[in-house]
Write a protein of this length. Structure first.
Length: 331
């Protein structure tokens, strides 16, 4: 890869921080601040690999790392004029045939050598549809969840201790979401039939979008997008034992927009695309998704202006997913 950066990324612009990954923080006391060293997981940003690609999910299927991609109608490599889903073998670059034509905002989950993909029939639609396959070529599908009158967007699925859990981004109606967007949760025993978990919602008082949910050592961890003045859009991480009460990490945000986003991480990017990276407005690190592979955490995320000019970038954490999550909640 060209333009690769070996410098660890320390997010949270405006906070006092050190390049070794430790942020200094402490309560105000007479005479000054008391310093407290708090380790923060070091995410190494590798740079941009594509343009006009946003929602992706890294998954491990039969021992190989794949990147699920939601290909939008306006994607530069999509001559069909309609959206679809596909998988990319990260090592070889080989792509699967398009599937789920006309569906949007997908996410993927692998269980027992079966790949499950979830998507909506339109942005703000009321149905989440599930597609599943054992070979990434032949797909079956059915309705996974239908909520008439609700506007549904991004999803993310994980395996919990006694059920599968879906984080579900909801945008409408106002009486359901409060401040747009809001995250609800659904549960399933078979990854096919889903129902909303009563009383579990995050969070109606502000913009909370683009969730990714995982379970590790007794906690559900969720990375989601916060909207801040500027505008500025940054991913934050929270955790919960029951999907109802959530604990905020003292080390948020997970990442912030930075010059490393614009590094060229794929030599196939054209000269025109590289010029676009240089000129692009960068106010967000959004749509984070991640998985563990080869002893590392593989991270994909989007950056851009949050208005449609967006880019797909990758990053890595040198360690396990368990260590990554626990690192954001120091004891």
């Amino acid at each position: 890869m060209t333009g690769r950066s070996d410098r660890g990324y320390i997010g949270d612009e405006g906070s006092k921080r050190k390049e070794d990954g430790e942020r200094l923080r402490g309560p105000l006391r007479p005479g000054g601040y008391e310093e407290e060293r708090m380790p923060k997981p070091i995410i190494r940003k590798l740079g941009t690999i594509d343009c006009d690609m946003v929602e992706t999910t890294p998954v491990v299927f039969r021992g190989r790392l794949y990147r699920f991609e939601y290909v939008r109608p306006n994607y530069h490599g999509n001559p069909t004029g309609e959206s679809y889903f596909r998988f990319v073998d990260v090592e070889s670059g080989e792509m699967t045939p398009p599937s789920a034509r006309g569906y949007h905002l997908g996410s993927a989950h692998v269980r027992d050598d079966v790949v499950y993909v979830y998507g909506v029939e339109r942005w703000g639609g009321s149905e989440v549809r599930v597609f599943w396959s054992e070979d990434l070529e032949t797909w079956s599908s059915r309705t996974a969840l239908e909520l008439p009158g609700w506007g549904l967007y991004n999803t993310s699925v994980c395996k919990g201790p006694d059920r599968f859990v879906m984080a579900l981004e909801v945008g409408e109606p106002p009486e359901v979401v409060g401040v747009r967007f809001t995250i609800y949760f659904a549960e399933s025993q078979d990854l096919l039939d889903w129902k909303v978990v009563p009383g579990c919602v995050f969070s109606k008082d502000r913009y909370t979008a683009c969730p990714v949910v995982r379970f590790s050592k007794g906690y559900y961890y969720m990375i989601y997008l916060e909207a801040k003045p500027g505008p500025l859009y940054e991913p934050h991480i929270v955790r919960s034992r029951d999907l109802a009460g959530w604990e905020d990490s003292p080390l948020n945000p997970v990442m912030s927009p930075s010059p490393e986003d614009k590094l060229v991480a794929d030599p196939r990017l054209t000269p025109e695309q590289r010029k676009r990276l240089e000129r692009a407005v960068n106010v967000n690190n959004s749509d984070v998704d991640l998985c563990e592979f080869g002893g590392k955490v593989v991270i994909y995320y989007s950056w851009g202006d949050q208005l449609g000019t967006e880019h797909l970038a990758q990053a890595v954490y040198e360690g396990t997913l368990e260590k990554f999550f626990e690192g954001f909640f120091p004891t």
